[in-house]
Structure formats: structure tokens, C-alpha cells
Design a protein around this ligand. Structure first.
Ligand code: IMJ
Length: 256
């Protein structure tokens, strides 16, 4: 237990179960003394969240569907009433229709394009707009991305386009909110077996390749990602904003 995030109120969006990257971040933030607000999408998720947080102090859950402006308004209005100020936001949300992650890229439908962009990219902008009003003591916003934004990973398709737009949104948001001492950064994680990896063809082959070829000869863990998130949320990273940090055991720098 440390105190890097003591007395900081942190909103974490995107915990689904104990395998979630957002849960790895929540545990690490809690160990550093943060107060947590976790959002969930449906009632099924609420139950699994309630089990995860059983026995933890200063952690609460709130429903939130990021595709609804009214939902977001309500979430932030509740947070404002209860906490007044927040210091950090973790945005760990992405979605594309499964047919758009399987079929060929040029068959992406207009509707599938909009869905992926709305849930995976616009949601960061919509959250930042509301979070900045509560970040009156400065703040840190972090999101999660993947190298498929820069290089082609077969099947990643529309999510690669969405992650490229997300990384650009990090830079534009960071530029604007920098004037209020709010920092915005992205973690580009190596592959992790979560719900979002479920159904991805040959995912275990991908994990094996990274284990063999990455500088550290292993895949990344939720502890690796949690540690980086604590750094980004804390004052240790006070000079860092608008960046994409690769937490991938060095894999992205391998040529072959
Ligand atoms: C996803 C698809 C194809 C290749 C992939 C992934 N690789 C990795 C992922 C190599 C690591 C996981 N990833 C980084 C994602 O961003 C996944 C996003 C995602 C996953 C699903 C699966 C279920 C569904 N919609 C999804 N939308 C986004 O219906």
C-alpha cells in the first residue's frame, strides 16, 4: 500500500470482470489510496462488479452507457453532487460489431463504422468535456489503445481506424485541456486475454509470438498496466501529456 493517489477521486469506465485491463488499473489505483467510481453498462455487469469490489472501502459503481449524452450528464451530475471534484478518469471502452472484426475491411458497413467510432472514440471526447468541469484541481485522463492503429493486424479492421482516431483525439484533447493542468495520455497495451480478445481468431498464437519475440520474452500483465496507469494518474507524470505509451514488453520496437 502506497499513497500516490491518496485523496484522489478516480472514475474508471470499462471494468467488466476480473480479467479486464480496467480492473487491473482499479486494483493498482486502490492500492495507492484512491477513491474509485466504476461504471458498468448493463445489470449483468453490475452483479459481477459488485462481487469484485466486495469488502473494498471507498469504491462505488454507477451505470453508464457512453452512447447516451443524457446518461453521461447524469453520471457526472451525480459525481459532482457526491464528490465535487475528480482527479482522474480511466477510459477503457471500445466496441465494434463482431461482423466488422471478421469480414474483410472493405465490407465495413456505414452503420458498423459509426458504431465503432461512437463507442470507441467519441466517448473519450464526450467524457473529457464533462470531466474537465470537475477537474478543478488539475487532472489526468487516460485511455487504452492498440498498435493496430499504426500497423495492420489482420481482422482488427475498423478498430484500427478507431484507435488511430482515438490517439489523435488524445493529442487534441491534451492540447486544449493543458491550459487547465489536465493531462491526457494513452496506454498502447500488448495483447491481453480479456473479453475484448474473446472470439479473436488465433489469439493464442498472437500471445505466443509476443512471448517469443518481445524484448522481455513475455506478455504484459494487468500489474504492468496497473503500474503504468498509477504513474499516469499520479503527480509522478506531471510533465507528460498528449502521449501514447507502449506497454508491450518492447514488442513494438522489434523489426522482425
Ligand atoms: C481484436 C480483433 C482482431 C485482432 C485483435 C483484437 N488483436 C487484439 C485484439 C490482435 C490484441 C483486442 N483489442 C486490442 C481490441 O481493441 C478489441 C476490441 C474489440 C473486441 C470485440 C470483440 C467482441 C465484439 N466487439 C468487439 N469490439 C472491439 O463483438
Amino acid at each position: 500500500m502506497g499513497d500516490l493517489l491518496k485523496n484522489k477521486n478516480i472514475l474508471i469506465m470499462g471494468v467488466r470482470n476480473k480479467w479486464s485491463i480496467a480492473w487491473g488499473i482499479a486494483k493498482a489505483a486502490k492500492e495507492q489510496g484512491a477513491n474509485l467510481i466504476l461504471t458498468y453498462l448493463g445489470e449483468r455487469e453490475k452483479e459481477s462488479l459488485d462481487k469484485l469490489i466486495a469488502g473494498m472501502d471507498n469504491v462505488e459503481t454507477c451505470p453508464c452507457d457512453v452512447t447516451s449524452d443524457e446518461n453521461l450528464d447524469e453520471l457526472f451530475s451525480n459525481i459532482k453532487n457526491k464528490y465535487g471534484v475528480i482527479h482522474g478518469v480511466v477510459h477503457a471502452i471500445a466496441f465494434a460489431k463482431s461482423e466488422d472484426l471478421q469480414d474483410t475491411f472493405v465490407n465495413t458497413s456505414r452503420d458498423g463504422f459509426h458504431t465503432a467510432m461512437d463507442v470507441s472514440v467519441y466517448s473519450l471526447i464526450a467524457v473529457a468535456k464533462r470531466a474537465k468541469e470537475l477537474m478543478t484541481e488539475g487532472g489526468s485522463i487516460i485511455t487504452l489503445t492498440y498498435r493496430g492503429s499504426e500497423k495492420v493486424y489482420p481482422g482488427y479492421n475498423i478498430m484500427g481506424v478507431a484507435k488511430a482516431a482515438l490517439e489523435a483525439s488524445v493529442r487534441y484533447t491534451a492540447h486544449e485541456l493543458g491550459a487547465q493542468n489536465i493531462r491526457v495520455n494513452a496506454i498502447s497495451s500488448g495483447p491481453v486475454k480479456t473479453m475484448s480478445a474473446k472470439g479473436v481468431k488465433n489469439f493464442s498464437d498472437i500471445l505466443e509470438i509476443v512471448e517469443k519475440k518481445s524484448f522481455l520474452r513475455r506478455n504484459v500483465t494487468l500489474e504492468d498496466l496497473g503500474g503504468t496507469a498509477v504513474y499516469l494518474l499520479s503527480d509522478l507524470s506531471s510533465g507528460l501529456t498528449g502521449e501514447v505509451l507502449y506497454i508491450d514488453a518492447g514488442y513494438n520496437n522489434m523489426g522482425l
